[in-house]
Design a protein around this ligand. Sequence first.
Ligand code: NAD
Length: 480
Amino acid sequence: MTRSKITVANGDGIGPEIMAATLDILFAAGADIEVEHIDVGEKVYLSGNTSGISPESWNIIRQNKVFLKAPITTPQGGGYKSLNVTTRKMLGLYSNVRPCQSYYPFVDSKHTHMDLVIIRENEEDLYAGIEHQQTDEVIQCLKLISRPGCEKIIRYAFEYAKQYKRKKVTCFTKDNIMKQTDGLFHAVFDEIGQEYPDIEKEHWIIDIGAAKMADTPEAFDVIVTLNLYGDVISDIAAQIAGSVGLAGSANIGEHAAMFEAIHGSAPRRAGQNMANPSGLLQGAVLMLNHIGQSDVAEKIQNAWLKTLEDGVHTYDIYKEGFSKQKVGTKEFAQAVIERLGQLPQQLTPVKYEQGAALQLKPYVRKPPRKKELIGTDIFVHWPGENPEVLGELVSELSSESLQLSMISNRGIKVWPAGFKETFCTDHWRCRFMAVNQTGISSKQIIMLLEKAVEKNIEVIKTENLYTFEGKAAFSLGQGQ
Ligand code: NAD
């Protein structure tokens, strides 16, 4: 076991109390760690730093590489950036790992055998935060999905399953609708899955998959999914497991990792020795496994399970007539410490292999594929209502090399031969395709745009249409 220096932030609200309780348990269990404290959160925000963290604290986090963070309060009002999102992105913490387990009958849950882990992509998708208002009526948010992003998270999910002896990895996407973006995630899942023949693999469409997970969570083991879907289903999973107060999560990157509880700073409970420290403790158990102190992690987890089993409960999970003792934060930590070395009798004891941070094969960029420009979508702000009128106007931009082939409104084809029932906004996509499907140059697109300016057609953006190895790499209009 090698001593690890970790960065610790006490956070706001109940943060300092649950952090003190967690560290007491870690040290009592023999964790070989050295703690360096930093200030983040409300105090830093209110001192005028809109990111909630100082440059000095960034240096400490980057130096120590392992960060245990209590929840923080983001002050109300605009201008304050979420420190969680900033930390994940700045440090490249691409993988969010959230185990969700039910501890029935010791904690109430409709699900008696739930034990799943959600692995959520943490950096991409709609969370890139690239949004633009383009017309009076329409705002756009860009969904960006990259091959390295997909490969890294999917490989992480399979390696996690291998290390923790999980049997199945399930992929959730919506690739029946988003054939390019979610389609890439699914294709990479199939591709990388082949490297893990001993692990069962399956894919669900997110809507029915989420419904199945909420109804029958025991049907799942490890779930890997994109950022937005993962955000939603990981909260559902924690809630149906029994309590959001019991779940921790890890945010893992190639250079650093952050561990936390999934709940917030619960300001109404602050300073009263009431809060349940279990969520942060679960984050700390993930951290101990990550830094190779799995024996300590195992000892703490089994003592914690025994404490739950013995009916020593904080107010949030206390059940009249079932729990044995209602305790505060400090007393709960003490009860866990007293049980270090014991195993639960009814809940299944954990057995961690001597773990360490997962070592993933580095991403290798593939050789570039043959890419050809074969058209352009120009997006037009036009306040009219009749697509036929716009069709006539925009057709005038066609040239010998580029011809108007379709107009769509919010993705639905409205020209030529649209339905009069289709509702139209002021945001129109006009698709120009290369005549004879041969490659064009970007100069021809510029000439088209110049013509649009001359004719007072307001182009708000363009998207180039490409083929890769001769295959169209863009979606068709609905109804096209
Ligand atoms: P919250 O998670 O703080 O509280 C929701 C409910 O759960 C409250 O009733 C609270 O009393 C209870 N609760 C939460 N943790 C508990 C614990 N450990 N023990 C017992 N009861 C607990 O969510 P909120 O009220 O929406 O947010 C409060 C603040 O936390 C906000 O400023 C928000 O921005 C912040 N927040 C921070 C994080 C983070 O730092 N990771 C996450 C979520 C919310």
